[in-house]
Design a protein around this ligand. Structure first.
Ligand code: SF4
Length: 109
């Protein structure tokens, strides 16, 4: 299952994390929601492959701990989503289609 590109319409903002929105539902540790808006990572799909951290030319992502999540204990968090230059490398390299990038969506809070 890939990230829902229409999450803004289909989900509500549950909380804030590191200056970005988290789109619910969130029920930690098993359910983490989607982090970010311009650069959105579905934490419930992310399995911590790390290709996005390696390939992003402007270091949008950092690891964050999610102990107890069934897919992985760390996630690629888009903490610098305002730096994104929309190259789409992260979208292309993610092996589980956990990332969606859309400059038309609102960015940080
Ligand atoms: S689209 Fe490019 S610049 Fe933006 S987060 Fe992904 S890899 Fe980084």
């Amino acid at each position: 299952m890939a990230i829902d590109p229409h999450f803004e319409a289909n989900r509500d903002v549950a909380e804030k994390h590191e200056g970005h929105r988290v789109w619910g539902p969130v029920d930690e540790p098993e359910q983490q929601g989607i982090h970010g808006t311009h650069v959105a990572v579905d934490f419930d799909i992310c399995m911590a492959d790390g290709a996005c951290l390696e390939d992003c030319p402007v270091d949008v992502f950092e690891w964050t701990d999610t102990p107890g999540h069934p897919e992985s204990d760390i996630k690629a968090d888009p903490i610098n989503e305002t730096q994104c230059i929309d190259c789409m490398l992260c979208v292309d390299v993610c092996p589980v289609d956990a990332i969606d990038v859309d400059p038309g969506r609102a960015g940080r809070l």
